[in-house]
Design a protein around this ligand. Structure first.
Ligand SMILES: Nc1ncnc2c1ncn2[C@@H]1O[C@H](COP(=O)(O)OP(=O)(O)O)[C@@H](O)[C@H]1O
Ligand SMILES: Cc1cn([C@H]2C[C@H](O)[C@@H](COP(=O)(O)O)O2)c(=O)[nH]c1=O
Length: 234
């Protein structure tokens, strides 16, 4: 039975890499898929991973209707087994509903990949609908880490070096624009997100951030090196 699966996590936890791997594995077994993405950092009509792999993709424009795309292809005689849908957080609620319909009425697997929440820790519309409708929500196993070593669970936005909590929901990372300055993202644990403590801020506050008094519980001192075996000298 076909499934709608939402693979999610923070930025930089390997979602696009997994999307490419899943496409590879399914295609290797003779299944036919279509790849979709939106606002990929490599440009339009692309799905790219930070590991260097990339492939062509259908850009999910605001007006794209997944149901119509699939019906059109099927009418033209194309058989489709699965869809890979990257950056799915950016899709609209209606587009996610179209994906669910494709699964239920056309028996096509849909594998969607995206971050759960934005730089304010609020759900993206596409992710919200996917959490509501998916048959399975799978959190990626590779954990992105905060600078303190804890598991990162939130995506912080840094504009011109300073963490911000207000602004447009969608700003593609690592690009310079006249309106908002240089926008970067950093994954953080919740504690350091709440304290607005990015790695840059932590370094500025103390050259050894792990020794900040309020971080001693979170960032224990590095483990001691193992004791050397005692060797007897003659
Ligand atoms: N030089 C590298 N060597 C090994 N792994 C890397 C390297 N650069 C990035 N990665 C891995 O790639 C992951 C990011 O992959 P990507 O699929 O682009 O993430 P996402 O789509 O979730 O943002 C990182 O979490 C890291 O595990
Ligand atoms: C937190 C957050 C992220 N974005 C953008 C930044 C990136 O272009 C994508 C996430 O891509 P990744 O492959 O998971 O790294 O989302 C945004 O527009 N708004 C945000 O709040």
């Amino acid at each position: 039975m076909a499934e709608l699966v939402f693979f999610t996590g923070t930025m930089d936890c390997g979602k696009s890499t997994l999307a490419l791997q899943m496409d590879h594995n399914h295609a290797a077994r003779g299944r036919t898929g279509l790849i979709f993405s939106q606002h990929d950092r490599a440009g339009t009509n692309m799905l790219s991973s930070r590991l260097g792999l990339a492939t062509g993709a259908i850009e999910v424009a605001d007006e794209l209707d997944f149901w119509e795309v699939i019906v059109e292809r099927a009418t033209a005689g194309q058989h489709i087994d699965y869809l890979i849908c990257d950056e799915a957080q950016f899709y609209s609620s209606s587009q996610v509903e179209q994906l669910a319909r494709v699964v239920d009425e056309m028996e096509i697997d849909v594998f969607a990949f995206g971050i759960t929440s934005d730089f304010r820790t609020e759900l993206f519309p596409g992710s919200k609908r996917l959490v509501e409708l998916a048959d399975r929500v799978q959190v990626l196993q590779v954990e992105a880490l905060c600078w303190c070593g804890r598991r990162a669970t939130v995506n912080a936005r840094v504009v011109d070096g300073t963490m911000v909590v207000e602004g447009e929901q969608v700003v593609v990372g690592d690009v310079a624009t006249d309106e908002v300055g240089v926008v970067e993202y950093e994954v953080l644990c919740r504690r350091h997100y709440m304290r607005r403590m990015t790695s840059h801020a932590a370094r500025a506050a103390s050259p050894t951030p792990a020794l900040l008094p309020f971080d001693l519980d979170v960032c224990p001192l590095p483990p001691r090196p193992p004791l050397l075996p005692i060797t007897q000298s003659d």
